[in-house]
Design a protein around this ligand. Structure first.
Ligand SMILES: [Zn+2]
Ligand SMILES: [Zn+2]
Length: 200
């Protein structure tokens, strides 16, 4: 029997749990049905200057979340959080930038006991990622074998993100301090191009 720790995130209590998954460390699983569009989590943590980040602590760089061109969010690894959500080439969650915060939301309906997955959205320049350790074994039909996006997908995603960012307010933060929770969150993310994006 797998040990199951209940989590809150931004969903109702007891909606999610953490389990060990073979070969990937931990993973986040649904306990209840999650409807497409529902907001799951806000990626919070300490704001650091990306250039000063010590890559020896985290060689793959997978916990750092983009905040601005100079700053990143580094989560508290001793607490459960969205940083435990594993990568999939066919993820059931995606990110949405809201007031400069990175929200995770359900890309489709998620059944109870399904693992929540996200794309790590790594840029395709594998040339600068050597030796690349971003090997994917997500088991999905469309698995690319890597966390790096294809050039085509990456460009489409960036284009969409740039457009969204222009409409968005920026996050309030201070380097060295924790990015704090927003006073309120949307319950759902409206339909947008991302919902179809991964299957094209
Ligand atoms: Zn890599
Ligand atoms: Zn994969």
């Amino acid at each position: 029997m797998v040990d199951c720790v209940y989590l809150m995130f931004l969903l109702a209590k007891n909606s999610l749990c953490i389990k060990k998954v073979g070969g990937k460390g931990f993973g986040v699983f649904s306990k209840k049905s999650i409807r497409a569009g529902m907001v799951i989590s806000d990626y919070l943590g300490k704001v650091i200057k990306t250039a000063e980040y010590d890559l020896d602590k985290d060689r793959e760089g997978l916990y750092l979340m983009y905040l601005t061109d100079q700053a990143s969010i580094y989560p508290n690894l001793s607490k459960p959080g969205p940083h435990l959500i594993n990568h999939s080439c066919t993820p059931n969650c995606w990110i949405y930038i809201y007031h400069g915060h990175t929200l995770f939301f359900a890309l489709r309906d998620i059944d109870p006991d399904e693992e929540l997955t996200i794309s790590y959205l790594l840029s395709p320049d594998e040339e600068t990622c050597k030796p690349c350790t971003h090997i994917c074994n997500c088991g999905s039909k469309n698995c690319n074998g890597t966390f790096h996006l294809t050039k085509d997908k990456y460009e489409k995603w960036q284009k969409f993100l740039d457009k969204e960012k222009k409409k968005m307010k920026v996050a309030k933060f201070a380097v060295g301090k924790n990015l704090s929770k927003l006073p309120s969150y949307p319950k759902t993310i409206p339909q947008n191009f991302i919902y179809e994006f991964m299957n094209k």
